[in-house]
Design a protein around this ligand. Structure first.
Ligand SMILES: [Zn+2]
Length: 399
């Protein structure tokens, strides 16, 4: 007679957060015999939870042992069935006087990423958890390998290259690289052997427009362009956010503008962070005025054919050139196109963040308005006050 492998000896349990504490509960099964994803058995009832981690419980000399599977119910059930078979095989082998030697288990990348994210969450590190989710998912999408032990140095370099291709700067790549590094260190991988050095970046202050430059370009621009620059300067919109902006995104009553993804145009907000931005009186008035003149438009800043205008940057550079606003020193000014590198749409956005911070708007608010996924991106815009300003402030302190 073989040692029986009772149904209870290998079971799926879930770890859930209940009243702020992590608790283990039985997984909930539906009538079809499958695990109900997101549910746990609480007494007689099945209850839904926001955050569920599946585990397999086994017993070793009557001691319960738990093994994390991840967030996928089907994976958990598959692992339970596999373990049952393994136990049965061991029992059969033992019966025959044989011993099964197990090869070390290979961990999948997905599983590893989930464990790492879970670890960040367990440590209560909210920002780190959000970043870990973002970076791990980006990494898995880019590096299509199955197992953790397959990752090589060249995969990390491929990840850098993919980020660069998507328009990420050295600083962002550096940050994401460090996140991956912390993931591999968590897995006690030989990180030194795998990881190439992270890209270096110079900690430069972001460049912004001067007041004179802003008034010159606003005075020179056509009405549509003028509105675009106002929106970039006073709402901090990115180029893609500008050209996809629709009148339906404006809430006149609340005086806000919502930045959101537009699936019809295949436009997605960066880091999936939709946000509401406060509109100033003059920008709202300019928006209303334009809508009255073009009542049939849905896009606020359409091209001449009524489509998404993908030439806004080109137009800005042409206006600067026409109005003799080029710096005449940069590489762009010196080559034959004569397009100055100092005139960019993004520079309005940088001016926006810097101006808000200089005028005492707090960091968290600016982070939200800018749609930054992390505070570090926002602190970059904090400039030290000039010596004179600092002296005035320090002198005014009531010691
Ligand atoms: Zn120039």
């Amino acid at each position: 007679m073989l040692a029986s492998v009772g149904e209870r000896s290998v079971s799926v349990v879930v770890r859930v957060k209940r009243d702020g504490k992590w608790t283990r509960l039985q997984a909930a099964y539906g009538r079809n015999g499958r695990i109900r994803p997101g549910y746990a058995q609480v007494g007689e009832k099945q209850q839904q939870f926001d955050s569920i981690v599946y585990e397999i419980r086994t017993y070793e000399s009557r001691q319960a042992k738990y093994k994390t599977v991840g967030r996928n119910a089907a994976d958990a059930e598959a692992e339970r069935q596999r373990l049952e078979k393994e136990f049965l095989a061991r029992a059969v082998a033992k019966d025959a006087g044989l011993k099964i030697e197990q090869k070390q288990e290979r961990k999948t990348l997905r599983q590893s990423a989930d464990d790492y994210i879970e670890d960040c969450r367990d440590r209560g590190a909210e920002e780190a958890t959000a970043k870990a989710q973002l970076v791990c998912n980006e990494f898995l999408k880019t590096i299509k390998k199955t197992y953790l032990d397959e990752i090589e140095r060249k995969d990390i370099l491929k990840f850098h290259a993919a980020l660069r291709k998507r328009g990420c700067g050295d600083r962002t790549i550096h940050d994401k690289h460090n996140r991956v590094k912390s993931w591999f260190l968590f897995e006690k991988q030989d990180a030194k052997a795998i990881l190439p050095p992270s890209p270096k970046y110079d900690k430069k202050l972001p460049t912004i427009y001067t007041r004179d430059e802003i008034s010159s370009i606003l005075a020179a621009a056509e009405p549509k362009e003028r509105l675009a620059y106002l929106l970039a300067l006073k709402c901090g919109l990115r180029e893609q956010e500008l050209c996809h902006l629709e009148y339906s995104d404006i809430d006149e009553e609340l005086m806000t503008l919502r930045v959101r993804s537009k699936s019809a145009y295949g436009f997605r907000v960066k880091d999936s962070e939709e946000r509401d931005i406060t509109l100033t009186d003059d920008v709202l008035a300019a928006l209303k005025e334009r809508h009255e003149k073009h009542p049939k438009d849905t896009l606020v800043l359409p091209s001449s054919t009524g489509n998404v205008d993908r030439k806004m940057l080109r137009t800005l550079k042409q206006t600067a050139k026409r109005e003799n606003l080029n710096c005449k020193r940069c590489e762009g000014c010196r080559n034959e196109n004569n397009e100055c590198q100092h005139w960019t749409l993004h520079k309005f956005r940088r001016s926006y963040a810097t101006t808000l911070l200089r005028n005492g708007v707090d960091l968290r608010t600016v982070q939200h308005l800018m749609g930054h996924a992390d505070l570090a991106s926002t602190t970059r815009y904090l400039r030290p006050a000039s010596a004179e300003e600092a002296r005035a402030k320090i002198n005014a302190v009531d010691w």
